[in-house]
Ligand binder design. Structure first.
Ligand code: PMM
Length: 266
């Protein structure tokens, strides 16, 4: 549908992610959940093997790859478009060999100096999120004078560095990184100013789904899906390229309503 953001369905193959941790621990269970999200209208499945929830500590090298590789292989074999959520160049390299379409790096290339070089030689899209350090320290880094101005400046610096490292302009997306070194007030300010992120000139992916700043809508993460779907529609109005969500059907339905409202077919 014209002007509809892509919907990335979240598949965390981790024991400890904040909302769906531990649910899809076998490759078969994970692939079946991905297929259900595609049936509900997901355009891309974003597979992550390492939790980035606040306070999380990094995995041993190798464990992330062992978690994600069988799952991304099954999805690519099914013809599903896959995004691989990783900060590690070695995991990204495996994903690119398997044939993923996106490398989604929540550190924007800061966690692994080899990441940009690995992605630069590929056809994949690279999603660079705004990041201020590992999950075990990020809450302490949520200090800003003007959050929008500072996050924009830090993202612009990443864009420049990534282009210098050989990533092609048309290959690069950005993400303001809701909840990563940001308080609820910071997240709301970024949403208010989302047009400025779209104006950076690279497609924007937004990840609001079930995050802590939506706790006023429900203490349990799954009770935040209506608020998430509402954000998907408001973000679509501002021109984001993609939204990353757990509950694909609610967001797809909300975007269909918007499409019909704007004169498209249901
Ligand atoms: N959030 C999480 C993980 N990966 N990737 C991008 N690009 N943007 C995000 O906001 C983002 C992400 C953490 O949420 P989860 O635990 O629900 O996956």
């Amino acid at each position: 549908m014209a002007n509809r953001p892509l919907v990335f369905g979240i598949l965390n193959v981790t024991p400890d992610s904040f909302s769906d941790g531990g649910l899809w621990q076998t490759p078969d269970a994970a692939a079946n959940h991905a297929r259900a999200m595609v049936a509900a209208g997901a355009d891309v499945i974003d597979v992550g093997g390492e939790s980035t929830r606040p306070g999380a500590v990094r995995l041993d090298d190798g464990e992330e790859r062992r978690r994600v590789e069988p799952v991304i292989r099954a999805l690519v074999a099914d013809g599903i478009s896959v995004s691989l959520d990783t900060m590690r160049s070695e995991t990204a390299r495996v994903g690119l060999d398997v044939g993923v379409d996106y490398i989604n790096d929540v550190s924007g290339g800061l966690a692994d100096p080899d990441m940009a070089g690995v992605v630069a030689g590929s056809d994949a899209t690279y999603i660079a999120m705004h990041w201020r350090g590992e999950s075990d320290v990020m809450d302490g880094n949520a200090v800003y004078g003007d959050v929008t101005r500072e996050v924009l400046a830090e993202l612009r610096a990443r864009v420049d560095a990534l282009l210098d490292a050989g990533i092609a302009p048309g290959q690069l997306w950005v993400d303001p990184g809701l909840g990563f070194a940001k308080t609820p007030d910071h997240n709301w300010q970024i949403l208010r100013d989302l047009n400025q992120f779209v104006a950076l000139g690279h497609p924007v992916l937004l990840g609001a789904s079930r995050k802590r700043f939506l706790a006023p809508f429900g203490e349990r993460p799954a009770d935040r899906d209506e608020a998430t779907a509402t954000i998907s529609v408001l973000a679509a109005e501002v021109g984001v390229a993609a939204v990353r969500v757990h509950d694909v059907k609610r967001t797809v339905d909300a975007l269909r309503v918007r499409g019909a409202w704007n004169g498209g077919a249901l």
